[in-house]
Ligand binder design. Structure first.
Ligand SMILES: Cc1cc2nc3c(=O)[nH]c(=O)nc-3n(C[C@H](O)[C@H](O)[C@H](O)COP(=O)(O)OP(=O)(O)OC[C@H]3O[C@@H](n4cnc5c(N)ncnc54)[C@H](O)[C@@H]3O)c2cc1C
Length: 507
């Protein structure tokens, strides 16, 4: 039976209403929605804490937790052999953070280098960062170890609603129903649970408004691309003929895209000319002088990670927890801002590009993006720093600003804002407590939690990172234990579980 408008418009569902609609009800104490890296961190923590697989359900579109992450990393030019941004101890597969990825790489490759780098970083060497492939493999291993498949129910979550008798219903369309022909009766399953955890990742990718306007008006999605979208065809074309590419953005993704194009010049004979268009050209060191100063060179602000390390587990984390509203938002911006990682090879490429003339920086505000004369390319009309109008013609434009879509682009989150009592925080994302409970969504003794980028703007800055996902998972696990679900992980259990982890023994 189809869902009625009355049901969809009702902030609470009763068991009877759901049963009347012939929706099968499955009971489970805890559901994690998403099934990506955030769900892995959450479920891993609860399993380590002693909860059995039949107490935990993962509802996800995908079977392997790192699939979406791998897809986005690949698109933004981090293939398996390239290195990520986070450090050695940001081990998404290991809540203890030891052994870090550096030691594991040193052992696997029988090379001392990675292990010694972590001893002298960041003074005598750049931070060690793991290869993407190593992280993907470690995720698969840990998922297998904790019995991920037994907890996973593939499909799409449509709605999370409060249950009149307490707890929640999570409405799910199982995977085998997704391709059903239009008009055919839909099988949905309602998971009736006590607690829900949301880790749905990025609600979507937002292209810069002027670029999106151009794409829609001229139906040109091939020459104006977002760095998170598949855009290998652009690099293939650059190998075939000399082209000009405009890159927008000055964060880590822009660094990757530039590296890819310059590597192709250096190694594969590409003749690409790059115009790097800045809206804001960083000048002079950024951030607080005493605590998190970011050096600036040629318009780029450099910082090892997207926030200073102390934002994850040090004094800055404690400071942020005390702030509310605008003050909190400003503090997060001050610690982060647009920045990229300092890497000697990237700096060398850009310095050489500027010297040889194939990498040119421009600063300006974009007025419009239109087809160039004769549709031979794309023209970006800008107002430069002197207030003059200038044209930049290119064959391709790559948007590497990494903008995320608003949370209301995700149907489950939109629904929660509309009917579930959820509110937005100072940054327009989900308003969560310090323990990641979504404010306003309590249902009896049931709790709805969220982690990942959808909670940015809350009391913890590094939410969209491996360490942040673990931090959230630990806070949530403690909060659940206080509510009688599972137990806090004590030192003895932690030690014995680490020993199991180290030997890859199932929990
Ligand atoms: C290119 C890139 C590089 C990064 N590099 C690093 C790094 O080096 N270090 C670091 O610490 N962090 C890094 N991050 C940040 C962060 O760690 C990752 O984005 C991580 O994947 C976030 O985990 P998540 O669970 O929030 O989202 P995801 O891993 O994307 O998982 C969310 C999942 O939810 C699913 N989903 C969404 N809606 C529904 C629904 N309605 N029903 C069912 N399933 C649904 C999606 O399909 C997806 O699989 C990087 C991010 C990106 C994009």
């Amino acid at each position: 039976m189809e869902l009625t408008p009355e049901l969809l418009g009702s902030p609470e569902w009763s068991d009877e209403i759901v049963a009347d609609l012939n929706i099968p009800i499955v009971d489970t104490p805890f559901v994690s929605v998403g099934g990506g890296m955030g769900s892995l961190a959450m479920i891993d923590t609860l399993r380590i804490g002693g909860l059995p697989t039949d107490a935990l359900t993962v509802l996800s579109e995908l079977t392997v937790p790192s699939t979406t992450y791998e897809y986005l990393a690949n698109n933004s030019q981090i293939p398996r052999h390239e290195r990520l941004r986070s450090d050695s101890s940001s081990t998404i597969d290991c809540v203890w953070g030891w052994p870090g990825y550096a030691l594991r790489e040193a052992v696997a490759d029988k090379k001392i280098g990675p292990a010694t780098t972590v001893l002298v970083e960041p003074i005598l060497a750049n931070y060690y960062t793991p290869k993407a492939g190593q992280v993907f493999e470690s995720v698969r291993r840990e998922a297998d170890r904790i019995g991920w498949e037994r907890m996973l129910r593939p499909g799409v979550v449509r709605t999370v609603r409060r249950r009149r008798q307490g707890g929640y219903f999570v409405l799910h369309t199982p995977e085998d129903q997704r391709g059903a022909p239009p008009g055919s009766p839909k099988l949905r399953v309602a998971y009736r649970c006590h607690h829900v955890h949301l880790a749905v990742g990025y609600p979507g990718i937002k292209v810069l408004p002027d670029l999106q306007a151009y794409r829609e008006e001229y139906n040109d999605f091939a020459r104006v691309v977002n760095a998170y979208e598949p855009h290998t065809a652009v690099y293939e074309e650059l190998l075939r003929r000399p082209c000009t590419v405009i890159v927008r953005g000055a964060g880590i993704v822009a660094s990757r895209v530039l590296q890819r194009m310059i590597d192709d010049r250096d190694q594969n004979g590409a003749q690409t000319r790059i115009i790097h268009l800045f809206r804001t050209y960083a000048q002079g060191a950024q951030g607080d002088k005493a605590t998190f100063r970011r050096p600036v060179k040629n318009g780029w602000a450099y910082q090892g990670f997207n926030y200073p390390k102390a934002a994850w587990g040090g004094q800055l984390r404690v400071d942020l927890e005390k702030l509310e509203g605008d003050e909190r938002s400003k503090f997060i911006d001050a610690m982060g801002g647009t920045n990229t990682a300092p890497r000697k090879d990237w700096e060398e490429q850009l310095d050489r590009g500027a010297r040889e003339g194939f990498y040119r920086q421009m600063v300006g505000t974009v007025k419009s993006v239109v087809p160039a004369d004769g549709n031979a390319g794309i023209r970006t009309v800008i107002t430069d720093r002197q207030g003059n109008e200038a044209f930049l013609d290119a064959d391709f434009i790559i948007d590497a600003t990494g903008l995320e879509a608003g949370i209301d682009e995700h149907r489950v989150l939109r629904d929660l804002l509309q009917y579930g009592g959820a509110r937005r925080n100072v940054k327009g994302r989900l308003d969560v407590e310090r323990d990641f409970v979504v404010r306003g969504t309590q249902s009896g003794t049931g709790r709805l939690y969220a982690s990942g980028s959808i909670t940015l703007g809350g009391y913890y800055a590094g939410v969209d990172s491996f360490l942040g996902l673990h931090y959230a998972a630990l806070r949530i696990a403690d909060s659940l234990a206080e509510n009688g679900f599972g137990k806090k992980i004590g030192p003895l259990r932690s030690a014995s579980q680490w020993w199991k982890w180290a030997r890859n023994k199932p929990i």
